[in-house]
Ligand binder design. Structure first.
Ligand code: S3P
Length: 171
C-alpha cells in the first residue's frame, strides 16, 4: 500500500477495531493515534487530562497527527481529532480519510458499556452533554472525510468490505 488511510469518527465508532482488522486484511501496519500519544506523553490519556487539561492534550494530538504523514498504513484517530481547525485542514489534505458514522444511540450504548477504555470526555458528561458533543462534531467528520461508511448495526466484516469497495471506486 502506497499511502495511508485514516479512520475518523466519534468515540466508540470502532476506529481501533476496524483499523486493526483492515490492516490485517491489507497486510499493512496499523497505528493507533491514542497509543502514539500515550507513548509520547508516557502516561495514560485520562491521567494527562487530569494533570494538564484538554487543551494540552489537543496540542500533543495535533503534533502526533502531523507526524503520521511519515507513516504508511492504517491510522485510527481519536474522536476529538476534528475539534481543531488545524487538524481538519490536515485531514482534508489527505487522500484517504474514512468516516465511521454511527448513530448516537448505538455509540452511547457502546461508550457506557466499554469498561476497558477510560474516556475522560465521556466520563464527565451526562447523556445530553454527550449528545451535544456528538452533534457538534458530526459535520466536521463529514467535511474531512473522503469516504463515509454508516456502521450502525453492521458487523466488522461488512464494514471492512464496504471500505474496500468504496476505496476501489475512488482510487
Ligand atoms: C477523545 C476520544 C478518545 C481520546 C480522548 C479524547 C474525544 O479516543 O482521544 O479520550 O475527544 O472524543 P477514542 O475516540 O478512540 O475513544
Amino acid at each position: 500500500m502506497q499511502t495511508s488511510l485514516l479512520l475518523i469518527g466519534f468515540m466508540g465508532a470502532g476506529k481501533s477495531t476496524i483499523g486493526k482488522l483492515l490492516a490485517q486484511q491489507l497486510k499493512t501496519d496499523h497505528f493507533d493515534l491514542d497509543q502514539l500519544i500515550v507513548d509520547n506523553i508516557a502516561m495514560d490519556i485520562a491521567s494527562y487530562f487530569e494533570k494538564y487539561g484538554e487543551e494540552a492534550f489537543r496540542q500533543v494530538e495535533t503534533k502526533i497527527l502531523q507526524k503520521t504523514s511519515q507513516l504508511s498504513g492504517i491510522i485510527s484517530t481519536g474522536g476529538g481529532i476534528v475539534s481543531k481547525a488545524e487538524n481538519r485542514q490536515f485531514l482534508k489534505e489527505q487522500q484517504n480519510v474514512v468516516y465511521l458514522k454511527t448513530n448516537f444511540t448505538e455509540l452511547k450504548r457502546r461508550i457506557y458499556q466499554d469498561k476497558t477504555t477510560i474516556r475522560p470526555l465521556a466520563q464527565e458528561k451526562n447523556t445530553e452533554e454527550l449528545a451535544r458533543l456528538y452533534f457538534s462534531r458530526s459535520g466536521f467528520y463529514q467535511e474531512c472525510a473522503s469516504i463515509t461508511i454508516d456502521t450502525t448495526n453492521k458487523t466488522a466484516e461488512v464494514i471492512i468490505t464496504e471500505i474496500m469497495q468504496k476505496m476501489e471506486e475512488i482510487l
